[in-house]
Write a protein that binds this ligand. Structure first.
Ligand code: NAD
Length: 481
């Protein structure tokens, strides 16, 4: 039984309703998770409000030093944390370990931001007027995260929110509740005062929706699908509460005629299939110059067929997160086949005899579909990509930018001028040359153009702008000597 974490302790629900969380690898029930009622959310928000005054009164340096202690504790408990992440998501353990390391770095980065928390000095036109800016927190923050990289997603939001002096209520993903609770307990054990970080569980459309619309929530940061992000934006608009949206992607991976093909294939496979394609930054449209299509495809298929599915160490990818998502991907592929899609690899949904009920999708590459086909339009969030060809870089650019999303892209070419041209014209928040479509780091701002977000960037120092508001202070002070 997994319950809420409020004011530094486990708190059960008023209604006592629980939801089932299933093991993606087997389909078996893995845990029972509290389905929070509105009254349960109220308790968490109250705790965050009560903790706010003393937390926000601490200096950023003090807050940062507590975050650094949390990061150190995460390092000490990294193997247990990685095991929980792997178990809840079904990803191979080395991927979970990598994710934990990234989350630890995030803690160190924002711990350090406590020392650096900066404003600006401004010049005034008025003689003797000294003007500067300071950052101030908002109050209790609602932080909503998905389960694809659960500990990274938590670290991505909790550390910058707290260093800025906000308190927080995390609405954990239904699909990774244990990771959130383990993290909250660890924060407490590392010295985070009670009530500064609270975790609630339950369905997003119920308790998540109630949380973001709570009058005492003063800032909201949401990572998830564009559809849900839009719903939240509409529902909270009347309160004019600051909102950061980190949403979906339909990311192109462009291979030019002069690309180093082995390197391009290596990164294309990682971009399309690692983490079972469940990354906002996964490549789902592979665009290859038509002169190298056959050579690229041959190398791509040879290497893809060697990928191992499973949750064991050194497997390449595990299952997708839920039965519902698995069924949805199968349906999308079956419908695409009816429309004439050629499946170049994959189309195999139960590759592991010992995990026959697990939510596996073999790495799939699809060809022969229109640019307007749902497979090329909708975010699949799965190890599924389409292959398209182009004859001219302008055509590759036009296909790449033909999407409501604009999160990430990768271009493979040995021509620095061409690479530079793509970096100027691609309409994405992240453009990578000769690597993958993913690969964010704590010090990099991440976010998308178009419907991949609402213009905010997290993490990096840019995240401080999400979680703090600016006050301009002026002194008219000059001795008349
Ligand atoms: P989702 O939008 O279904 O759910 C995300 C979270 O929102 C969950 O915790 C869910 O419970 C909650 N939620 C659902 N409805 C809600 C509502 N009405 N009000 C408040 N909360 C609600 O997304 P998902 O399927 O869990 O995650 C996959 C999506 O996340 C993909 O679109 C992916 O691209 C995106 N994502 C984006 C980034 C990024 O940084 N841009 C990173 C990771 C994942």
């Amino acid at each position: 039984m997994i319950v809420n974490w409020i004011n530094g302790e486990d708190v059960g629900g008023r209604l006592g309703e629980y939801l089932e969380k299933h093991d993606p690898n087997t389909g078996d029930v893995q845990s029972w998770v509290l389905n929070s009622s509105n009254a349960d959310v109220d308790v968490a928000v109250r705790a965050a409000q009560e903790a706010y005054l003393s937390w926000s009164e601490k200096t950023p340096v003090e807050r940062g030093s507590i975050l650094t202690k949390i990061a150190i504790r995460m390092e000490e408990e990294a193997s247990e944390l990685a095991e929980i992440v792997a178990l809840e998501t079904g990803k191979p353990i080395q991927d979970a370990e990598g994710e934990v390391s990234g989350a630890v770095l995030q803690g160190h980065f924002f711990g350090g931001e406590g020392l650096r928390m900066f404003g600006r000095t401004l010049n005034s036109s008025v003689y003797g007027k000294r003007t500067f800016t300071v950052r101030e927190p908002y109050g209790p923050a609602a932080l909503i995260v998905p389960a694809n990289t659960p500990i990274a997603n938590l670290a991505w939001k909790v550390f910058p929110a707290l260093v800025c002096g906000n308190t927080a209520i995390v609405k954990a993903s239904e699909d990774a509740p244990q990771t959130a609770i383990f993290f909250a307990r660890l924060c407490s054990a590392a010295g985070l005062p009670d009530g500064v970080l609270n975790v609630i569980h339950g369905y997003g459309e119920q308790c998540g929706n109630y949380l973001v619309n709570h009058e005492n929530i003063k800032v909201i940061s949401f990572t998830g699908s564009t559809a849900v992000g839009k719903k939240i934006a509409v529902s909270v608009a009347p309160r004019l509460v600051p909102l950061s949206l980190e949403l979906g992607g339909k990311n192109p991976f462009i291979v030019c005629a002069d690309a180093n093909l082995d390197n391009a294939v290596h990164w294309a496979i990682l971009s399309c299939f690692s983490n079972a394609g469940q990354r906002c930054s996964a490549a789902s449209r592979v665009l290859v110059h038509d002169s190298i299509e056959e050579e690229f495809l041959e190398k791509f298929l040879v290497r893809t067929k060697k990928l191992h599915l499973g949750t064991e160490r050194n497997c390449d990818l595990g299952p997708v997160l839920t039965a519902k998502h698995h069924a949805n991907i199968r349906r999308m592929l079956e419908e695409a086949i009816v429309r004439g899609a050629e499946i170049l690899c994959g189309n195999n949904f139960t590759p592991l005899p010992e995990a026959i009920n697990g939510y596996y999708i073999a790495p799939t590459l699809v060809r022969g579909i229109e640019q307007t086909d749902p497979i090329n339009r909708q975010e699949l969030f799965a190890p599924v990509a389409s292959l398209q060809t182009f004859t001219d870089p302008r055509e590759a650019l036009s296909i790449s930018n033909d999407s409501v999303y604009g999160l990430t892209s990768a271009v493979h070419t040995e021509n620095i001028g061409l690479a530079s041209w793509f970096t100027k014209h691609l309409k994405h928040g992240v453009v990578n040359i000769n690597i993958g479509t993913f690969g964010s780091e704590p010090q990099f701002p991440f976010g998308g153009y178009g419907q991949s977000g609402n213009g905010t960037r997290e993490p990096g120092t840019e995240a401080l702008d999400v979680y703090s508001q600016t006050k301009v202070i002026s002194f008219s002070a000059m001795a008349d000597l």
